[in-house]
Design a protein around this ligand. Structure first.
Ligand SMILES: [Zn+2]
Length: 374
């Protein structure tokens, strides 16, 4: 109980504290080591594989369309979930889990939730790039996104202007980023929206090789081209903020090929390792770069529903996020923490380099505080 005599003093104290707290903080950027930030996504990769590795009941012909069961088991089957996930994602579990943080293991009380309620691609990319779900986005049609994304906003900040880019493998992402308006240089290997700028330092051979590949899906290119384009672009154009997107994981799952789904997931992890090694080998990036890794949606958890995702597949609304960087405490795999949302990725990307995206875009969810080092 508080006595009536002490109330005025407490009120003054409270006012003083609140007054103190509302003084806007001096730029966070000065306190942070990170000056560069990258986002890497792979479409529709389940949290189940990220945290438990390959799933045994899908490693066969009947449920997983696997062509070489013994070969697949030799590559990715191990006796414990910890060994399995390390075999599938050596960089994620060998480096990010030691130096950074990984969220989304629903089995251990860490959930990252998609809030758009649709659990398919355009709404998901829009949610993590703009910080909020948009209920008007109801298809994957190539419609310019009316919402401002975090890379577009970073490109208006003096430190980042002209140093922002996107190298992605699905043509629609250029519309999700609204490259015609946002002026973010974007490479998809395919047709771009009108007025979209083209990023520098994409080697001509990649375009030539890509053009000669037998088309499998039409609107997206094979991940290997995106990966080479991204690494060359970093080496030669030196972006300060960049987005790299992969998509074979989703496509092979839809095709019912668990073997190729796992193989493409492994390749994304390999790209992450190559990217991280490259960044640590260049003085501009070494110990000054934060990396965020996530996905646009999950997938079903059943013997056939693992192939699909969407509003009717509730489990596909659970995703995962990994963060590594010089200011992120190495807390590893997170457990027993409050639920996070997909939209928090946008503000987290900005906050990792000391920028406040939610102030510019109040609809956006706030950053994931635990990765910011205080
Ligand atoms: Zn899909």
């Amino acid at each position: 109980m508080t006595s009536p005599r002490t109330r005025p003093a407490l009120a003054i104290l409270a006012l003083w504290i609140s007054g103190f707290l509302v003084i806007p903080p001096i730029s966070r950027a000065a306190e942070l080591k990170a000056t560069h930030v990258f986002l890497v996504t792979t479409d529709g990769l389940r949290w189940q594989e990220v945290f438990q590795g390959a799933e045994e009941r899908l490693m066969n012909k009947t449920n997983g369309g696997v062509k070489d069961v013994d070969g697949l088991r030799a590559r990715f089957w191990r006796n414990t979930p910890e060994e399995r996930r390390a075999a599938l994602f050596p960089f994620l579990w060998g480096t990010v889990a030691k130096q950074g943080q990984i969220f989304g293991n629903s089995n251990r009380g860490s959930v990252v939730r998609v809030t758009n309620g649709r659990n398919f691609s355009y709404p998901g990319y829009s949610e993590f790039l703009t910080g909020a779900a948009d209920s008007n986005i109801i298809s994957n049609a190539k419609i310019p996104n009316p919402n401002t994304n975090v890379f577009e906003w970073l490109n208006t900040r003096s430190r980042f202007q002209g140093r922002v880019s996107a190298i992605v493998n699905w043509d629609t992402i250029a519309w999700i980023l609204n490259a015609g308006r946002s002026r973010i240089p974007v490479w998809t290997g395919l047709l771009l929206p009108k007025d979209a700028p083209f990023p520098p330092a994409i080697p001509a051979w990649i375009e030539t090789a890509q053009a000669g590949v037998t088309p499998i899906w039409g609107d997206l290119i094979l991940d290997t081209f995106t990966s080479h384009a991204a690494l060359q672009h970093v080496r030669n154009a030196r972006p300060r903020a960049a987005y790299f997107a992969f998509g074979e994981t989703d496509e092979w799952a839809h095709e019912g090929r668990y073997d190729l789904y796992l193989a493409s997931a492994f390749n994304v992890d390999r790209f992450l390792g190559q990217l991280w090694d490259l960044l640590q080998s260049l003085a501009e990036y070494r110990d000054r770069t934060a990396l965020v890794i996530t996905t646009d949606h999950g997938r079903g958890a059943g013997l056939t529903s693992w192939r699909d995702h969407g509003a009717k597949t509730e489990e596909s609304g659970a995703v995962w996020v990994g963060v590594i960087g010089p200011d992120t405490p190495g807390l590893g795999e997170r457990a027993s923490i409050p639920e996070l949302t997909q939209g928090q990725v946008a503000a987290t990307l900005a906050a990792l380099v000391g920028e406040d995206f939610t102030r510019a875009s109040p609809r956006s969810a706030g950053p994931i505080r635990d990765v910011l080092g205080r």
